[in-house]
Design a protein around this ligand. Structure first.
Ligand SMILES: [Zn+2]
Length: 376
């Protein structure tokens, strides 16, 4: 899944007060000529360029490599003369008469499943339309672009799309050009919208370079893709809340588990000793609510408050085996099983040896342990 996702470069120009446009109908020119040339070079280096529907409606950009030399360079390297052009839309409201659809060759539009068929009918041969699940899911966009051979993606706005990719922890690099003036209008679109960004005061980005391009300052940031996003921490906290529903026991841990599809849809949840079964484990209870053939399982994440068991006295199949059999490839947990009921739980090792991604969240371990404080 994630190993074929492209490198994501987010490129934007903003005013000193963080605006990427004003509220007039004409597009605001922020960059210097030297900076426009840098953007043309970045486009030429990209396999695909992505914008949001708002930018398409407002600016109707062509998103093409302008320089004949750069186009020739792409052709000489065996690549198409122009990159693939990509649009994201939540509503499916795209106008096929805009010039974007009538320049260049390859275009893809991503939309939630509910609106994708109508959009495909409206755009016809102008673009491939791909549904990303119940909502606009940037991870599914990157998976699909990766499968199309895109190794380097340039994200070019607007603020909603920047926010979508940044808050999901899916950006590798930001190139931010700062124009030497103010827009001074709070109604003008900003570089990003409010959100939970993995890069906050405690998780700073790496400033990899600064450059003057005419009167425009270019800041280049490298972003470590965080293994755990703010959404992961919220869902793990939700699993801890689920663990508080367990009937009390002096001989077993209280555990909560959530299974969340890649688009954020909750597929199932469960807790230890659920439904009056004194032997059932949380992961087992959650998985039992899903069909083993559910196509959303391989893209899903299991959030569990405790390491899945690798041996158990009560039932023949330990939870680590059940998780492997389910096809789930990503597991987020709060704490490892201490050697109290089982001498040495090997759940994490078992999952990792089979190629699963296992992520621990030490910040939430105390809260998950507190639910089991009477067993300490
Ligand atoms: Zn178990």
């Amino acid at each position: 899944m994630t190993d074929t996702r492209p490198y994501v470069l987010l490129s934007a120009a903003m005013s000193v007060d963080g605006r990427i446009d004003d509220t007039s109908p004409e597009r605001l020119l922020l960059s210097s000529p030297e900076d426009f040339d840098r953007v043309d070079g970045l486009r030429a280096d990209s396999d695909a360029i992505l914008i949001g529907a708002g930018t398409l409606r407002g600016d109707d950009p062509r998103l093409l490599v302008n320089s004949p030399d750069r186009r020739a360079g792409r052709s000489a390297g065996g690549r198409p003369e122009q990159p693939l052009r990509v649009v994201l839309t939540g509503s499916g409201d795209l106008d096929p008469d805009q010039r974007f659809w009538h320049h260049g060759v390859a275009r893809v539009a991503y939309a939630p499943d509910a609106v994708a068929p109508a959009l495909a009918a409206r755009l016809g041969p102008l673009a491939d339309v791909v549904g990303t699940g119940a909502r606009l899911n940037p991870g599914a966009v990157l998976d699909d672009l990766g499968a199309r051979g895109v190794r380097r993606l340039m994200v070019e706005g607007g603020g909603a799309v920047h926010t979508l990719f940044l808050t999901a922890g899916l950006v590798d690099e930001i190139q931010l050009a700062v124009a030497p003036f103010f827009v001074g209008d709070a109604a003008a679109p900003g570089f990003v919208r409010p959100g939970l960004f993995p890069q906050d005061a405690a998780h700073r980005m790496t400033l990899a370079g600064t450059r003057a391009l005419g009167d425009t300052a270019l800041l280049r940031y490298l972003v470590d893709r965080p293994p755990l996003t703010p959404a992961d921490r919220r869902l793990l906290a939700e699993a801890i809340a689920e663990s508080r529903l367990c009937p009390p026991s002096d001989t077993a841990y209280s555990v909560g588990a959530l299974i969340i599809a890649e688009d954020g849809t909750e597929l199932a949840r469960g807790h230890s000793r659920e439904g009056g079964d004194p032997k059932v484990h949380a992961e087992e209870a959650a998985l039992a609510k899903l069909s083993p053939d559910d196509p959303r399982l391989p893209g899903a994440t299991l959030y569990t408050t405790l390491e899945p068991c690798s041996t158990r006295a009560s039932r023949p199949t330990p939870c680590a085996q059940l998780v492997l059999a389910s096809g789930i490839r990503r597991i987020v947990l709060a704490w490892r099983e201490p050697a109290r009921f089982v001498a040495d739980c090997q759940g994490v090792e078992l999952l990792q040896q089979s190629g699963r991604t296992v992520l621990e969240c030490p910040e939430l371990a105390p809260e998950a342990r507190a639910v089991n404080a009477h067993l300490a």
